[in-house]
Design a protein around this ligand. Structure first.
Ligand SMILES: Cc1cc2nc3c(=O)[nH]c(=O)nc-3n(C[C@H](O)[C@H](O)[C@H](O)COP(=O)(O)O)c2cc1C
Length: 394
């Protein structure tokens, strides 16, 4: 654990609203760009949970310029409720600038440069996190983007290449000098990938280094985490990635906690209701299980309804077969922890049509209901909680 001590210090409560360049934002919680996750349907789900600025996944600058169909399908922002940020992947300054112009013309509210992707096929082309090792190139790309567009230009970076090359502070200074409007830091190195822990001390150091807004990212999985990150690091906003997959309710809960913090209604993460230990009864055994308080408001029906809504949007956007296949990873996460989820997951892997999925979900929901009814000793409010999480499936 390499995070700053959480000892309570005088807390500056930032105003609820903030800006990236001329873009006014009402929320200090941002969903992170995620490849194969933050497509149009998921962005719309996030929006329904109160997201303000949403990001596309990374889009290849070269693919856009070449008119590659697959790449253009990732730039599916037309008609979408603004503001939408588009993240570009590239390494040639003039090409990235040209792509930034395309992105602006398509209606993006902000264009972001990916300087974090650790995948070998990306870094092998001098893109993603590999850019951090070439400061002159970074300067040239940000400068060219800045000249090409009038929308805000931002950069999302990692801590550095590896433990021996922590580069974020130097690179952020360069980005700021070349006209970037904000930086986001996923405080892990390229070498770490998604392992280990994000070093929030670097986010705090970055905040001291540049004047442009700093978004902190890495390991926020609860409303208390979000408040702790902003309090400990002084960052302007908190970005959440993996925690939102199958759990977009987290976004709403983090936004509420962050708003309370900004309004001075709470002064630290200690004031955020923590995960609750809920005592549940199953047959003759009683077990204590951990349920995040914000999920106590989400009953089984709402959970299943969201899976269905998300699935239908996927099918509508991508066609039935692709939509159903791509939805599998979301569905597994939405239902994780429920009784029988493992068995349902196996069934899910053989389903390829919307009708079959609707039928399977309905049967699973009914099976869960019967199980609950069998536990006659459980009162109604416990039923709701009990229905959410199973100890056996964790
Ligand atoms: C499946 C997946 C895809 C990702 N794709 C992108 C991407 O396209 N662009 C990007 O900047 N970061 C991407 N990331 C990194 C996330 O934006 C984020 O920085 C990282 O997951 C750390 O945040 P977290 O701890 O809240 O998940 C991806 C992460 C995951 C798990």
């Amino acid at each position: 654990m390499v995070q700053v001590s959480s000892s309570t210090s005088p807390v500056p409560h930032p105003p609820a609203q903030w800006n990236i360049g001329p873009l006014k934002l009402r929320s200090r919680v941002l969903p992170a760009p995620m490849c194969n996750i933050t497509d149009r349907p998921f962005r719309e789900i996030l929006r329904s949970m109160g997201a303000d600025l949403v990001y596309t996944q990374m889009v290849s600058a070269e693919g856009l310029i070449r008119g590659d169909k697959g790449t253009w399908s990732l730039l599916d922002i037309q008609g979408e409720q603004p503001p939408v940020a588009v993240q570009l992947l590239g390494s040639e300054p003039e090409r990235v600038a040209l792509a930034a112009k395309i992105v602006q013309d398509q209606g993006a509210a902000l264009v972001d440069l990916n300087m974090g992707c650790p995948a070998r096929k990306v870094t092998g082309n001098a893109c993603g996190s590999a850019l951090m090792r070439d400061p002159q190139r970074v300067a040239a790309i940000v400068r060219a983007m800045r000249h090409a567009v009038s929308i805000p230009v931002t950069v999302k970076m990692r801590a550095g290449w590896d433990d021996g090359q922590i580069l974020a502070l130097d690179i952020a200074r360069i980005c700021e000098a070349e006209g970037a409007d904000a930086v986001a830091l996923h405080a892990r190195t390229r070498q770490q990938g998604y392992r280990g822990q994000a070093d929030w001390r670097l986010i705090a150091a970055l905040k001291q280094t540049v004047k442009i807004p700093v978004t902190g990212n890495g390991d926020v999985t609860s409303p208390a985490d979000a408040v702790r990150m902003i309090r400990e690091t002084g960052c302007d906003a908190v970005m959440i990635g993996r925690g939102l997959i199958g759990n977009p309710w987290l976004l709403r809960a983090c936004e509420r906690a962050m708003l309370d913090f900004c309004l001075g209604l709470i002064s630290s993460e200690d004031d955020v209701p923590s995960d609750e230990m809920v005592e549940c009864e199953e047959g003759s055994t009683r077990a204590l299980i951990r349920v995040p308080r914000y999920l106590l408001d989400v009953n089984l029906d709402q959970r299943f309804q969201l899976v269905l809504q998300h699935t239908r949007m996927m099918v509508q956007t991508k066609g039935e077969r692709r939509g159903i296949l791509e939805m599998r990873k979301h569905t597994v996460q939405y239902l994780r922890g429920l009784h029988g989820a493992r068995t349902f997951r196996e069934r899910l892997m053989h389903i390829e049509t919307l009708t079959d999925l609707e039928k399977a979900l309905q049967e699973y929901r009914e099976w869960l209901q019967k199980r609950l009814q069998a536990g006659a000793a459980i009162n109604h409010s416990e039923q709701q909680r009990f229905s959410e999480v199973s100890t056996e499936e964790k």
